[in-house]
Design a protein around this ligand. Structure first.
Ligand code: HEM
Length: 498
């Protein structure tokens, strides 16, 4: 039967499996995208890595990614239905749903609010949440990571649910953060229950089954975020406070269009799923990319100086930059691209799954194979991006303008084929306004030790599915008294944020 399916073609090459654990050791290495890249250099751009009965292929070059995930996306847009999804409470997250009508209904609903022109509607919220971010950095520069989290969360919660997040210990933030932690479970190989699903029935008190407590807490947070937040939007709609939000508009359409109760029930689930996924899809990715920016600025003072010179010339000292300045700020645009490239937030994207047997380059790829795109490897390919380890926005410029001949990192960083990130236009605008405003008013330099000497920071990324810099300590100071005044004049006081 196998011979009939494969028509005698071999599986792609790959390392020998270990008895019982298969290729698990390859999955559990630090920064595994680097070791996967080495495997592809040894075995080829598509490397086969079966693991405990699951067929897995690493896609290690731009060519193979384009051939399999873009050109054949009708066959490669599915996602693995891992036991981790219900365990972690993530069934409503449509980025993990199987390719089919249910996923398509979510994606269509999402896209109506995030296609390029629709994304522009959120600029004023993006701007004001960034202004608050600047103010928080001015007041408490040591809490950088918390402020980044607050900045994105407050913007997206306002856009999605119409609700105001007042402070960092707000219940919305606490529950949403807990829910986001579930992402840790999805790095292939982190939890054995992923490959040995019967382990989900082992009670938490059994030694070694402590993972059950993690999953229970994540399920609780996910349910809260999914249901309570939509409930709050409904309450606000009565007084017209939340009516402009994505959720309110989607809820409005249910009543207008659906008299059939079953269909209306499904539509309500879709509204909840869309909002839930939009927050999850954007929160950690944006958080990671902004942290990367801070690391890059501490390491590359000359990049920061050049960016500030551009901002001074185009925007001037009397106002903050705006989205409308974008066409006149090529260097800032190049920094956005370089931040996405240098340390991609999703180095393995979100792996896809094939739904039919396929042949590629003389190899057989069985239906049901997990396709792991090595996004990091494509963004660090020296042929496309010379000196890939250097943070060098200049690589995207020619004669002072963006060079259309250099491959846009968004081509890889935002995923592939029919599952490509539908929030990418919104994300790009968020990154631009944050980066432009930050560099306009702050100097970002290395952190200092207790003797006042600079501490050398190295870029080391976490091994989670959404990866972020492990250390982004830095010193953040206003560039001048004028810059300090600009922050104060443009941000509401933190006690009047709502
Ligand atoms: C720097 C920021 C971001 C990066 C790097 C990023 C990257 C990605 C990637 C790699 C995927 C998986 C694509 C695939 O499966 O091939 C994805 C999916 C997704 N992203 Fe983003 N994203 C970002 C921001 C956002 C934002 C701000 C939103 C929401 C407003 C968002 C919403 C989504 C959604 C809904 C999906 C699921 C798409 C589907 O499965 O159909 N993302 N993103």
């Amino acid at each position: 039967k196998w011979h009939r399916r494969s028509r005698g073609l071999p599986l792609p090459p790959g390392p020998k499996s270990w008895p019982f654990v298969g290729n698990l050791p390859h999955m559990r290495k630090p920064e595994p995208w680097k070791s996967h890249h080495e495997l592809c250099q040894t075995y080829g751009e598509i490397t086969y890595l079966p693991l405990m009965g699951q067929s897995i292929a690493i896609l290690g070059s731009a060519r193979v990614l384009s051939e399999l995930l873009d050109k054949r996306s009708a066959l490669t847009s599915d996602k693995l239905q891992s036991v981790l999804i219900p365990l972690a409470g993530q069934t409503s997250n449509f980025s993990l749903q199987p390719y089919g009508p249910w996923w398509r209904r979510h994606r269509r609903a999402f896209w109506q609010f995030f296609f390029p022109a629709a994304s522009e509607r959120y600029r004023s919220i993006q701007r004001s949440s960034t202004q608050v971010f600047l103010r928080k950095l001015l007041d408490e520069p040591d809490n950088l990571v918390e402020h980044i989290r607050y900045s994105f969360t407050s913007a997206i919660v306002k856009i999605l649910y119409g609700l105001d997040v007042v402070e960092k210990n707000d219940k919305y933030i606490t529950m949403m953060e807990k829910n986001l932690e579930a992402g840790e479970a999805f790095m292939p190989g982190t939890y054995y229950v992923e490959f040995l699903p019967f382990l989900r029935y082992v009670p938490a008190w059994v030694p070694g089954a402590g993972f059950q407590n993690d999953f229970a807490a994540w399920r609780h947070a996910a349910e809260w975020v999914k249901n309570v937040m939509v409930g709050k939007t409904k309450e606000g709609m009565v007084h017209g406070r939340t009516s402009e939000s994505v959720v309110a508009q989607l809820l409005g359409r249910i009543h207008e269009e659906d008299e059939d109760a079953l269909r209306a029930g499904e539509e309500l689930e879709i509204v909840k799923g869309v909002a839930f996924t939009a927050y999850e899809g954007g929160a950690d990715t944006t958080y990671s990319t902004i942290q990367t920016l801070f690391v890059a600025m501490t390491l590359c003072p000359e990049v920061q100086k050049r960016a500030q010179a551009e901002l001074d010339a185009v925007v001037g000292a009397d106002r903050l930059p705006d989205h409308n300045d974008r066409p006149d700020l090529p260097y800032i645009n190049a920094i956005v691209k370089e931040a996405l490239r240098w340390a991609p937030a999703l180095p393995f994207s979100i792996p896809h799954r094939s739904t039919e047997d396929m042949e590629y380059d003389g190899y057989f790829i069985p239906a049901g194979t997990i396709l792991i795109p090595n996004t990091w490897a494509c963004l660090h390919d020296p042929e496309t991006y010379p000196d890939p380890e250097c943070f060098m926005p200049e690589r995207f410029l020619r004669d002072g303008q963006l060079d259309p001949d250099v491959c846009d990192p968004g081509r890889f960083a935002f995923g592939y084929g029919r599952r490509v990130c539908p929030g990418r236009y919104f994300a790009d605008a968020t990154l631009f306004i944050n980066i432009a405003m930050l560099l306009h008013v702050f100097d970002i330099t290395p952190p200092l030790d207790k003797d006042g000497k600079p501490i050398a920071i190295e870029l080391k990324m976490s091994d989670s599915l959404v990866s972020y810099p492990k250390d982004c300590r830095c010193t953040i100071k206003p560039r001048s008294e004028r810059a300090r005044q600009l922050i104060l004049a443009n941000a509401p006081r933190t006690d009047t944020l709502s």
